[in-house]
Design a protein around this ligand. Structure first.
Ligand code: 1QQ
Length: 415
């Protein structure tokens, strides 16, 4: 089915420049009669349409959300170079095309539309689940595969058949942090929760946290405080939390707001355990909560210590450039690029993608992504299920250890 469609449409994408290139090299641009013949002929054929395969990267490079997006760009850049050095997609390099989503829904929609019109094969992005629920439907409608590198809210893969993620959902990751808190303090009884009520991820994550707190561990959920991701003054929430005298505080927000709340809570005198959600999973919170970041527990879907060749590549390359260890958002962005490159390689082995109509290539890529193919990524071995949900088996919990200067620190993995 796919190969016959490809044969029919093989000429569609061949641009004038490709025809000229073909004419100069004396190669024929005629489509092959069968996939088998095409496979043999492909290596000699000139690139049809383009000499690179464009993949869109739509993450936040501005606004507070760039506290995550900066880490994502680094992971994507390292992956682009790493896979191109290994020959790209069976000899054709990939080219990442960046569009800043900024921090809101409109920015994500704009970035997605620009990339779709730029004829990218697929999109890695956006940064927030809140943005994904708004922007992904545009990619779905256009038949453009989306790999979410950091969307962890419930319901992301269900947005559409072209939407997948390499970021494990809150339901799988978040409970690990509560278990770790209980291990550190077996006397936890009273818990306070706070979450950003204008953010889809925060609402989803607090749902998981609250269920684990009340149902799994039967703790007393003494107060649930709400805030906005744009808030900077958390006096009310911090005071209300202090009033219930909790042994554990659990926060679901984004980086700047979440870290500010923690700082103000510590400044008021709270000394108990704090679990931060995925929004606090970046060293970019250190300038916000400074010394008061010390001790925060964060569950994560990545261990820089994973002892595999691909993870060592990522860690070594990142350390050489940044003089520190990569975090989860960097590793997930790397994995997102990797999944796209390796799926494209598999598509190309079945039917050469040079000369394939863009719409057919996008569809074939999506089918390949959802085929159950296993990817050996820095996150460990992962695959996507038929709905686009990630299968991942290993999760971790880190505790932030700030240096005495209160400026630098580390996420130290707990055993
Ligand atoms: C989401 C998240 C954010 C914390 C990603 C940066 O997990 O929006 O789903």
């Amino acid at each position: 089915m796919l190969s016959s469609r490809v044969t029919q449409t093989a000429f569609v994408l061949i641009t004038v420049s490709a025809l000229l290139l073909a004419a100069c090299s004396g190669a024929t641009t005629a489509p092959s009669a069968s996939p088998a013949a095409a496979a043999t002929a492909a290596p000699q054929a000139p690139a049809a349409g383009s000499s690179e395969i464009s993949i869109g990267v739509a993450v936040a490079q501005s606004s507070n959300v760039s506290l995550f997006g900066q880490e994502q760009v680094l992971g994507a850049q390292i992956a682009e170079k790493y896979f191109n050095d290994k020959g790209g997609v069976n000899g054709t390099p990939i080219k990442l095309v960046y569009q800043d989503t900024a921090g809101d829904e409109a920015g994500a929609i704009n970035a997605f539309q620009t990339l779709i019109n730029d004829n990218v094969v697929a999109i890695l992005g956006p940064t927030l689940s809140q943005q994904a629920f708004a922007a992904d439907p545009f990619a779905e409608k256009a038949g453009v595969p989306v790999i979410a590198p950091s969307n962890t809210a419930k319901g992301i893969p269900q947005i559409g058949q072209y939407i997948s993620r390499v970021s494990a959902p809150v339901a799988k990751v978040a409970p690990n942090a509560i278990a770790a808190a209980l291990k550190i303090n077996p006397d936890i009884k009273t818990v306070a929760v706070a979450f950003a009520q204008n953010d889809a991820f925060s609402k989803s994550e607090t749902g998981t946290f609250q269920q684990v707190i009340t149902d799994t561990y039967k703790f007393d959920l003494a107060t649930v405080q709400t805030f906005q991701t744009t808030d900077t003054d958390f006096t009310t929430q911090a005071s209300n939390i202090m009033n219930v005298q909790p042994e554990l505080v659990v926060i679901s927000g984004l980086a700047a707001d979440g870290a500010n709340l923690i700082k103000q809570l510590r400044d008021l005198g709270y000394t108990g355990l704090i679990v931060g959600g995925n929004g606090l999973n970046t060293a970019n919170i250190f300038p916000v909560c400074q010394a008061q970041c010390d001790g925060i527990l964060v569950a994560q879907a990545y261990s820089p210590q994973l002892d595999t060749a691909i993870n060592k590549q990522l860690v070594d390359t990142y350390a050489a450039e940044q003089k520190k260890t990569p975090g989860q958002f960097t590793a997930q962005a790397f994995a997102g690029v990797q999944v796209l490159v390796e799926a494209l390689q598999a598509v190309d082995q079945k039917t050469p993608i040079k000369g394939m109509a863009l719409a057919d290539l996008r569809t074939a890529l999506n089918e390949q992504l959802l085929s159950g193919m296993i990817f050996d990524t820095p996150l460990g071995e992962i695959s996507l299920d038929p709905e686009g949900e990630i299968n991942q088996s290993q999760f971790y919990v880190a505790q932030i250890k700030m240096d005495s200067d209160g400026k630098t620190g580390q996420f130290v993995l707990l055993k």
